[in-house]
Design a protein around this ligand. Structure first.
Ligand SMILES: O=C(CO)[C@H](O)[C@H](O)COP(=O)(O)O
Length: 228
């Protein structure tokens, strides 16, 4: 099976976790996009959604699915999102799609976090995928020095402009993303706490303090359910 077929399979499996009549938190990325397309088929069963990015909100609205501002909502039954890496204990690296801050906020107010991922995302030790950290632009250099001191190799995420030059990638929140390579994350909870308290950090893409409750993992042998 291709990686896209595995993503599609876990998106279909995730529909089982959608709670009728409730608000559903929706993540960002290619796997989440497959899920949005599946959710559209049962949109009459849910009250609406909260989106973790402008891109996700646009895709949901494109399907005619209601998207609520988080401030209008008191509870979210379940949050469904992909991951860049996930461990056997449910800790994740997220933020490859630059939506880590909103993803963390929506996940934090959700009853359950269902991670949907193809099998390549399951790792023993996280860190091969560079850890995304969203920062206030004025703190970029200071935070990079701290991340270097922690043993990482930080790099500012850039994007190519229409004019062909590179400029800092700007998130939905007006932040910048630093991708940190070279970390072997042996204690994800401790590292998440440590990076969280660096002034200028908006959010770190480590989801260990609040990890996944369930991971639907797409494999050649079908969708495996890991419960944490
Ligand atoms: O954290 C994310 C976006 O910020 C995504 O969940 C993560 O990057 C996985 O993306 P994909 O489903 O495209 O592999």
């Amino acid at each position: 099976m291709t990686q896209d077929e595995l993503k599609q399979a876990v998106a279909v499996a995730a529909i089982h976790y959608v709670v009728d009549g409730e608000i559903i938190g929706v993540g960002t990325g290619s796997t989440a996009n497959f899920f949005i397309d599946e959710l559209a088929k049962i949109k009459h069963r849910i009250k609406g959604t909260v989106a973790s990015s402008e891109a996700t909100a646009a895709r949901l609205r494109g399907h005619g699915i209601d998207v609520f501002d988080l401030n209008e909502v008191t509870s979210i039954a379940v949050y469904i999102d992909g991951a860049d890496e996930i461990t056997a204990s449910g800790a994740m690296i997220k933020g490859g799609g630059a939506a880590l801050t909103r993803e963390k906020i929506v996940a934090s107010v959700s009853g359950k976090f269902i991670c949907i991922a193809d099998g390549s995302k399951l790792v023993e030790v996280m860190g091969k995928f560079p850890l995304p950290v969203e920062v206030l632009p004025m703190a970029r250099a200071a935070v990079m020095r701290k991340l270097t001191a922690l043993g990482g190799q930080p790099k500012l995420r850039t994007m190519r402009t229409n004019a062909g030059s590179d400029q800092a990638f700007i998130t939905d929140n007006g932040g910048e993303i630093i991708d940190v390579a070279g970390l072997a994350i042996l204690d994800p909870v401790a590292l998440e706490r440590e990076i969280n308290q660096v002034p200028g950090v908006i959010a770190v893409g480590l989801f260990a303090l609040r990890g996944a409750d369930v991971c639907l993992l797409g494999t050649g042998d079908g969708v495996k359910t890991l419960t944490f």
